[in-house]
Design a protein around this ligand. Structure first.
Ligand code: ATR
Length: 290
């Protein structure tokens, strides 16, 4: 009996194989850098794949993903506002996706839908590897207790900081997030008023304040000498938070460009088995912090 290769299987000549389909889904999606990042990765690693952007209808996430899968889609990146929907859609979640209750990447394997969350590991990789600023033994301040802070919590604690303080306007959210990390390291939630008189080696702005050019009520005295000030938002230039740090004498300022590239590299490796080098993408996307 003649064996016929399944569509897309390695046995089929490349020219006749349907291209492996991936995409990012969000709303709005027009400004997403993910297609540029993944196409650059695919080219650099010689992977045959197509990566597009999907504007998912609000309230219609599941239908849009069903249609993508029916067209042969193999994996998705998820951006706002669908990270919680993506986690709910999945049939299986990694530990970090489960703890975040949110997914930023999905992989489709027949009826199985696997959920991952690479935001926190991407951030840690950028800080420790690209920026050469280890968290181990350091005093770390995380501003905000929403989705972005939640993704960072466990990857931060895995680096064994001396202390992780989570400051938030709504105190109950700061305490609730700290409670999730209890047992994984020294972590505490507090209000902004408690920050007076304290200094930190690394300060992360994981609030959504910068998206509206607002400044979280953090005192300029929190930045220790040789501190790293990191804005998780990407491409906003010198945000009010970074300006505060700069005016306080902080020399190491960063925004989320490296985090964006590193979380994408993790997803790419998860889908394709190859980890791309992120340097070209980071250089291509860097917006000067002025
Ligand atoms: P995301 O997924 O981007 O984290 P989110 O889950 O809505 O978005 O959370 C937004 C976070 O930014 C919250 O921690 C919010 O603080 P509150 O919980 O006290 O509302 C914080 N935030 C937004 N605007 C802020 C501002 N101007 N100053 C301080 N914190 C702010």
């Amino acid at each position: 009996m003649l064996e016929t290769a399944a569509p897309g299987s390695p046995g089929q000549p490349a020219s006749r194989r349907p291209t492996d389909l991936y995409a990012v889904i969000g709303n709005p999606i027009g400004f997403s850098k993910s297609p540029y990042i993944h196409r650059t990765f695919a080219q650099a690693t010689g992977q045959q794949m197509d990566y597009s952007a999907i504007e998912g209808p609000l309230g219609g996430f599941a239908g849009a993903v069903d249609a993508f899968r029916a067209a042969g889609g193999l994996g998705l990146n998820i951006t706002a506002p669908f990270k919680l929907d993506a986690f709910a859609y999945a049939t299986e979640g990694s530990e970090r996706a489960r703890l975040a209750g949110a997914a930023n990447a999905l992989k489709f394997d027949g009826a199985r839908v696997l959920a991952e969350n690479f935001d926190g590991v991407g951030l840690v990789r950028d800080v420790t590897h690209n920026l050469n600023a280890p968290l181990q033994g350091k005093r770390v301040l995380l501003l905000g207790a929403g989705g972005a802070a939640r993704g960072a919590l466990l990857p931060f604690l895995a680096q064994a900081p001396a202390e992780l303080l989570i400051a938030n306007r709504s105190l109950d959210k700061a305490h609730a997030l700290a409670a999730i990390g209890a047992g994984q390291g020294r972590v505490r939630g507090c209000g902004y008023d408690e920050l007076a008189g304290q200094t930190f080696d690394l300060v992360f702005n994981a609030t959504s304040a910068s998206l509206r050019a607002e400044l979280p009520p953090v005192p300029a005295s929190v930045f220790a000498p040789d501190c790293l000030a990191y804005e998780l938002a990407y491409g906003k230039g010198l945000t009010p938070f970074l300006r505060l740090a700069k005016n306080a004498g902080v020399r190491q300022l960063a925004d989320g460009v490296g985090m964006l590239a590193e979380q994408a590299a993790e997803a790419f490796k998860w889908w394709r088995g190859v980890r791309p080098d992120t340097r070209a993408v980071i250089a291509g996307l860097t917006v000067p912090l002025v």
